[in-house]
Design a protein around this ligand. Structure first.
Ligand code: DQA
Length: 154
C-alpha cells in the first residue's frame, strides 16, 4: 500500500555505508541502517513512504536522482565528499521537480576549509549540518512542511 503523501527519497553518498565504524568520534555510533530506519519511521508518522539509496559512485547517484526526478515528492541528500566536488550531482539535483534538503552529520564548517564549500547548498530548500544523524529526521520534518498536506506552516 502506498502512503497518502507520496514517496520521499533519502540518498547517501560515498563512505556513508560505513557509518558506525567510520570515525565514530565525528559521525557517531549509528549505522546507515539506523539512519534509514529513523528516516522511514519519521516519514511514516507523516504519511510518507520513504525509499533509501546509498552509493559510493558519483554516476550511480546521478542515475538515481534522474530516476526519481519526476516521482519523488522530496529528497534528503547527504552526498558525503561529493558535496564538495560534484558539479554532476548539482546538475542532477537541479532537474528534480521536488525540493531537496542537504544534510551533513558533522559540522562541516568547523572542519577543514575544503569542507566549507558545497556545490549543492544554493539549490537546496534547506541545509542541516552538525546535528548528528538526527539531521535526517529534521530534514524529513522540514519536507513535511514543504510538501502539500503538511501540518506546519512554512
Ligand atoms: C559529511 C561531511 C563530508 O565532508 C564528508 O566527506 C562525509 C560526510 C557529513 O555527513 O558530515 O563523507 O557529508
Amino acid at each position: 500500500m502506498t502512503s497518502a503523501r507520496g514517496t520521499l527519497h533519502v540518498l547517501n553518498g560515498p563512505n556513508l555505508n560505513l557509518l558506525g565504524e567510520r570515525e565514530p568520534h565525528i559521525y557517531g555510533a549509528d549505522t546507515l541502517g539506523d539512519v534509514e530506519e529513523l528516516a522511514r519511521r519519521t516519514g511514516g508518522e507523516l504519511e510518507f513512504d520513504v525509499e533509501c539509496f546509498q552509493s559510493n559512485h558519483e554516476g550511480a547517484l546521478v542515475d538515481e536522482i534522474q530516476r526519481i526526478r519526476r516521482t519523488s515528492v522530496g529528497v534528503v541528500i547527504n552526498a558525503g565528499a561529493y558535496t564538495h566536488t560534484s558539479v554532476a550531482i548539482r546538475d542532477a539535483l537541479a532537474n528534480l521537480e521536488a525540493p531537496f534538503v542537504e544534510v551533513h552529520i558533522s559540522n562541516v564548517h568547523a572542519r577543514e576549509p575544503f569542507r566549507h564549500h558545497s556545490y549543492l547548498s544554493d539549490k537546496a530548500a534547506a541545509v542541516i549540518v552538525g546535528c548528528g544523524v538526527q539531521g535526517y529526521e529534521f530534514a524529513v520534518r522540514r519536507l513535511d512542511a514543504l510538501v502539500p498536506g503538511g501540518e506546519i506552516a512554512v
